[in-house]
Each structure stands twice: as structure tokens, then as C-alpha cells.
Design a protein around this ligand. Sequence first.
Ligand code: NAP
Length: 219
Amino acid sequence: MKKIIITGMTSGIGKALYDEFSKTYFLIGISNDVKNDLSKDTKVKIRCNLTDLDQVKKINFRRILKSEDKVIFINNAASIGNVKMVGSFKINELVKITNLNFISSIIIIQKIISSVKNKNITFFNMTTGAANHPIRGWSLYCSTKAASKMFFEVIREEFPEINVINFDPGIVDTGMQKKIRTSDKSHFPDVDKFKKYKNNNQLKSVSEITNEIKQILKL
Ligand SMILES: NC(=O)c1ccc[n+]([C@@H]2O[C@H](COP(=O)([O-])OP(=O)(O)OC[C@H]3O[C@@H](n4cnc5c(N)ncnc54)[C@H](OP(=O)(O)O)[C@@H]3O)[C@@H](O)[C@H]2O)c1
């Protein structure tokens, strides 16, 4: 059976994908802001704060995934964190962002690889232009997303039978962009550029992105 696992499905792109794909497919959503719900046959929800690795370690796919399943994992949950210059981060916040944007997905991927023995797997990573070039004020986001992107590239080398996709959606109208627009200019000099994107209606909608992803994944 085709099963889609998605992290961060309570808002933004993740919510749009979950809502669309759960009409037709077996969906497993992992998010901080949901109640655990393993009772539904095809709409499983797992509550997990992905900044907390003890919670991530406890995610158990054994009752949900079968070795013969065809699994698509959409690595979506991420946060830009606090937009500010290096030197002003508390240790706690940099650990949380690194866990959310990078480490948690590695733990989930390892669980999927060990559960789906036939390796009929697609790993679909939501990447960003910020993974490819430095942006002032975004050090944690740029670096964790770059690390994540490279991790997926290495999976492609190690497991040629697994389909690996790094997908950059562009600039999308979500809570993440809203947060970016509230950044302090002294920490994020480009803030006006992002306000203009919004004012000039240059942001993509989550439904456009959902359609693009549907086509890429042939869903
Ligand atoms: N928006 C853009 O312009 C843009 C551009 C390039 C790439 N991307 C990438 O696209 C993906 C989705 O971004 P988005 O714009 O849709 O972001 P978003 O609106 O901020 O949504 C992020 C999702 O991650 C979840 N999440 C946050 N912290 C979590 C935690 N500790 N544990 C579990 N789930 C957590 C959120 O849940 P809550 O709502 O419950 O916090 C939400 O469902 C990200 O990987 C991002 O890097 C976005």
C-alpha cells in the first residue's frame, strides 16, 4: 500500500499537502500541535515535538508501516527560528532549531529505512534557496537546511534504489514568511525586500505548491 508520511502538517505547506493527499492516500502526519490518533485507518496523526529528540526517538512505525509498503516521506517541518546575528543565540535555541530542521528527520529516515525492507521509498525534502547561499540573520536556517539537503544527497548515493528529491518551493505565503516580515532590520537587512514580495503579490500560494508536488510525485 502507498503510505505518505509528512512532518509539520498543522500549518503552511504541510497542512495543504496533508489535506489534499489524505483525500486519496494513507497519510501519517507528525506534528507538535495534533492529538495522537492511530485509530483511523488511513489518517494517522502522531504528536511529536521535533525539537525534542527523546520524543522523536519514540516514534514507532512498527504498527503502521509494513515491509511491502510503498512509502513517501515528505520532510517538511522546519523553522527559521529567531532571525538575528551570530553571537546572540542562546544554546537552547540553536539546539532546538538544529534538532527540528536537521537531526529529527535523520532519526525518522532511519526508522523508515529499517521498516520498509523492500526500499520502495521516496524521500522528498523541502529545501530552500537559503540552503545554497548565506543570508544575514538566517545563520541557523541556512546552515541546518544546507546540512539537511546534503544528507538527502548522500542517501541518493548510498541507496540508488530509493527515490530522493530535494525540492525548493520558492517564496510561499505561509506563517514562515509572515514571521520573516516581522524581523528587525538591524539583524535582517533584507526585510524590506520580503515585505515588498508580499505587497506586490509575488508570493506563491500553498495550493500552487501542492499541485507542483503532486505532479513531481505523480500523485
Ligand atoms: N514558506 C516559504 O517561503 C518557504 C520557502 C522555501 C522553503 N520552505 C520550506 O518549506 C517547509 C514548510 O515551510 P512553511 O513555510 O509551510 O512553514 P510554516 O508555515 O512555518 O509551517 C511549518 C510546519 O512545521 C511545524 N513545526 C514547527 N515546529 C515544530 C516542532 N517543534 N515539532 C513539530 N512540528 C513543528 C509547524 O507546526 P505548528 O504550526 O504547530 O508550529 C508547521 O506545521 C519548510 O521546510 C521550509 O524550510 C518554505
